[in-house]
Design a protein around this ligand. Sequence first.
Ligand code: HEC
Length: 110
Amino acid sequence: MSQKMTAKTIAMAAALVALPMTAGTAFAADGEAVYKKTCKMCHATGIAGAPKTGDAAAWKDRIAQGMDTLYTHSIKGFKGKGMMPPKGGNAKLSDDEVKAAVDYMVGQSK
Ligand code: HEC
C-alpha cells in the first residue's frame, strides 16, 4: 500500500510542478500566434484606424486606460473612430487567447 501511495504522490507532485510551467509557456506562445493569425491583418498596417502594433504614440493613451479596459474592448468589441470587432472577428478564440494577443501587442508597442 505504501508503495502505491508513493507512486501516486510522486505523480501528483509532478503534475503540480508541470502545470504552471506548461500554462506559462502556452500563454506566451499563444499571444503571438493569435496576433499573427487574427489581429495582424488590421493592427500591422492600421487599417480602419486600428492602432498600429509597434507605434508607441498610437498606443500610449490606450495603454493608459489600463489593461482590463483593453482586454474588455478586445473581447467585447469597441467603437471609437474606427471599429474593433469582438475578438478581432474570430469568435472561436477564448477570452484568454484574446488577452494573450493584447499582451503581445501592447508589449510590442511601448
Ligand atoms: C478588422 C480589423 C481589426 C482586427 C482583425 C482586430 N482589430 Fe483591434 N482594433 C481595430 C480598430 C479599427 C481599432 C480602433 C478602434 C478605435 O479606437 O476607433 C482597434 C483597437 C484595438 C485595441 C484598443 C482598444 C482601446 O480601448 O483603445 C485593442 C487592445 C485591440 N484592438 C486588440 C485587438 C486584438 C487582440 C485583436 C486580435 C484578436 C484585434 N484587435 C483584431 C481593428 C481590428
